[in-house]
Structure formats: structure tokens, C-alpha cells
Design a protein around this ligand. Structure first.
Ligand code: LMR
Length: 397
């Protein structure tokens, strides 16, 4: 039966973890996957999460099945966070939100649903985009193409190219947009550019699908989420995939959501009923623990304040690592101006290194980034940064 089954290539991001774990180099540094580590190189267990878990342990609950769309209070907390508790769409009940298995789960439920609604639609992702966007939408049955985004020569965004592509896209095209902290480049469009993108998706009747996996890692929770308000104001229906993997450091709990903004409450009820079919036929219903933690933190004022503080500290440390990276690369003799690293935001830096250079970094120095030149700045710390800079300097020589 399986003789003709081919060996699939390793996942371009998670596959690096396997290689990293097998590497015997004692100085190895994993800048591959998008995970935040603290300055001692440890994956943090946030205080707000520990507090919420402590309270949950004090009053342990039995674990029945959750409703198909997840914990109702969680879905409400997500809607409040993403759209605003006092926002018109939340008050009017026109947002269909389901708990999902991480941001990826939210994207997948949305993709499967869209495949039912409009199977012939094309999907446009940014060039480049998170590696899994293409795979996920292709797997859901769509033809996936790209819109221009990164301009290597300019070390920035090809905004004219992006806008032209959106204006030329056929009606119904699904456009995957990074709400903030673009993965992999770290370059975000400005508020004015968002206005133009939103005008284009509206005029051309495109379907915006926002991936918001890094809310709070750019300028702040509110600032990073501001684009949602802009889309709401435009009157369009759109999708938002939320992830709490990074912002709560709950990677392994798979806590995320999908929200679909609809024209009215009636649309939202019908959309929700269809999303529930996608969930039921894939994994029946979601798990309890991670979403309970997030619900408790988001809806308890003291824990919420603690979370905002801790997320702010993560954001600040990443910014400090960006500054240190630029300085230390210079100290190591890198002639090129690397200051672009500090204009990028979020967990990643698109370093501009070629695939060959990234492979050399990995094989000769045990410094792991993706083949595309993406490095996770959030995994740098005061102990490994010198080694990383020396290694980069050597491959740039
Ligand atoms: C990443 O881009 O490294 C993260 O989003 C983790 C993942 O699932 O790929």
C-alpha cells in the first residue's frame, strides 16, 4: 500500500528544530522557529499564566466535552480583545468567533469554510509569507499566488507592487494579510498604506483574511490591533485568525481563534453554524486548558494588567536585542549597514543573508535560521548574541 508513498521534505520551519536537536555543537543557537526565549535562554512561563493556573487548581473542574466552538467566555474574550468590548460589531453580535487550535487552526477552519463558500477563489499571500500560508490554503484546495511585498534592494516594502496586485485581483480573491509584525520580513506597512489596502480590497470586492499571530510584539496590544478597527470602519466582511502562542507563551497549548466579521447578527449565526461543521468533522471540539487560562487572564483585571506588563517586557527585550545585534555586527567587522534590523518589528529579522550563507551558519556554526534568511531575534540573549554576531560576520566575509 505504501510503496509509492514519497518521503516528504522536512517542514521549512519546524523541521529545523529536529535538525537543531540532533546537532552536537555545544554553542548551537536556535533562531529558526518563532519562539520567544528570555535573557537566560529559557522559554518563559508567564506569571499571569501561573496565577491563573493556581486559581484553577484551587477549584479543580471535571473535563467534559467543550461546545464545538469552544468556551463561550473565551470566544467573547477574543472578540473583546480583537474588536473592542464596546465596539459596534461586538455589541451588535455580528462577529462569529470560534476557539481554534492556535493561529494555524484558525486559518485552517477559515480556509476550509471559504473553500465551501467559493471554491474557485484564488488566494493571494505576500511574497514572501509565513511558509505555512501557502501550504495550508493549497491543502484546503485553493490555487495560491502571491502579491509583491518585500523589496530586497530597497530593504523594505514594495508597496506600489502590492497595491497594484490587489487592484488587479479578480473579485472574490482571498487576500491573506499580516495584521502586524510581518512574518518573515519584520516590515509592516504604515497606517496610511493600510488605508489604501483597505480601499482596494473594498473596491475590488476581495476577501481580507488577517493573520494576527503577534499582537503586542510590535508597538503594543492596541497599536498592533488598530488595523482591525480600520477594516471594521470600511464596512467589509473579513476574517481574523488570532494566536496566543507567542503573546501568552503557550505554544504547546494550541490556543487561538477564528473571528469572522459579518454584516449582521443573522449572517454571523449562519457563518458560525458552518464553522462548527468544519471543526466537528476535523477534531470534534477543542481542548480546555489553554483557553481557560487565557479566558481567566483576559477577564480578570489584575491578571490582565500582569499580562500586559509581561508582554511589554518581551517586546522591549526584543527591541534591545535588535539594537545590540546592529552594534555587535559592526564590532565584529561587518561593513554593511545593518541598521535596517532596528526598523523591523516583531520576532523576526529578514537578514538579507542568502540560502548558502544560512546553510553555512547552520552547518559550520550551529546557528539556525530559515533558508530564506529569517532569524528569530526573540531567541537572542546577552549570552549567545556575541557568538551569533561572530558567526554571521564570518559567513559575510
Ligand atoms: C514561525 O513562523 O516560526 C512560527 O509561526 C511557528 C510556526 O508554526 O511556524
Amino acid at each position: 500500500l505504501f510503496q509509492s508513498v514519497e518521503m516528504a521534505p522536512r517542514d521549512p520551519i519546524l523541521g529545523l528544530n529536529e535538525q537543531f536537536n540532533a546537532d552536537a555543537n555545544p554553542q548551537k543557537v536556535n533562531l529558526g522557529v518563532g519562539v520567544y526565549y528570555d535573557d537566560s535562554g529559557k522559554l518563559p512561563l508567564l506569571q499571569c499564566v501561573q496565577q491563573a493556573e493556581k486559581q484553577m487548581m484551587e477549584a479543580p473542574k471535571a473535563r467534559g466535552y467543550l461546545p464545538i466552538d469552544g468556551i463561550a467566555a473565551y470566544d467573547q474574550a477574543v472578540r473583546n480583545l480583537v474588536f473592542g468590548a464596546e465596539s459596534e460589531p461586538v455589541k451588535r453580535g455580528r462577529v462569529a468567533t470560534v476557539q481554534a487550535l492556535g493561529g494555524t487552526g484558525g486559518l485552517k477552519i477559515g480556509a476550509d469554510f471559504l473553500q465551501k463558500v467559493n471554491p474557485k477563489a484564488k488566494v493571494l499571500i505576500s511574497d514572501p509569507s509565513w511558509e505555512n500560508h501557502r501550504a495550508l490554503f493549497s491543502q484546503a484546495g485553493f490555487t495560491v499566488e502571491t502579491y509583491p511585498y518585500y523589496n530586497a534592494a530597497r530593504r523594505g516594502i514594495d508597496f506600489d507592487g502590492m497595491l497594484t496586485a490587489l487592484n488587479m485581483a479578480p473579485e472574490g480573491t482571498i487576500v491573506v494579510l499580516h495584521a502586524c509584525c510581518h512574518n518573515p520580513t519584520g516590515y509592516d506597512i504604515t497606517a496610511e498604506q493600510w488605508d489604501k489596502v483597505i480601499a482596494a480590497t473594498k473596491a475590488k470586492k476581495l476577501v481580507p483574511f488577517l493573520d494576527m499571530a503577534y499582537q503586542g510584539f510590535g508597538a503594543g496590544i492596541t497599536e498592533d490591533g488598530a488595523v482591525i478597527g480600520k477594516f471594521v470602519a470600511s464596512g467589509q466582511d473579513f476574517f481574523v485568525a488570532t494566536s496566543f502562542s507567542k503573546s501568552f507563551s503557550l505554544y504547546g497549548e494550541r490556543v487561538g481563534a477564528l473571528s469572522v466579521l459579518c454584516q449582521d447578527k443573522d449572517d454571523a449565526a449562519r457563518v458560525l453554524s458552518q464553522l462548527k461543521i468544519m471543526i466537528r468533522t476535523n477534531y470534534s471540539n477543542p481542548p480546555i486548558h489553554g483557553a481557560s487560562v487565557v479566558t481567566s487572564v483576559l477577564s480578570t483585571p489584575e491578571l490582565r494588567a500582569m499580562w500586559e506588563k509581561e508582554l511589554g517586557e518581551m517586546r522591549l527585550r526584543i527591541k534591545q536585542m535588535r539594537l545590540a545585534l546592529v552594534e555587535k555586527l559592526k564590532d565584529c567587522g561587518v561593513k554593511e549597514d545593518m541598521s535596517f534590523i532596528t526598523t523591523q518589528v516583531g520576532m523576526f529579522s529578514y537578514s538579507g543573508l542568502s540560502k548558502d550563507q544560512m546553510v553555512r551558519l547552520r552547518t559550520e556554526f550551529g546557528v539556525y535560521g530559515t533558508d530564506t534568511g529569517r532569524m528569530c531575534v526573540a531567541a537572542l540573549n546577552s549570552k549567545n548574541i556575541d557568538y551569533v554576531c561572530k558567526s554571521i560576520a564570518k559567513v559575510l566575509q
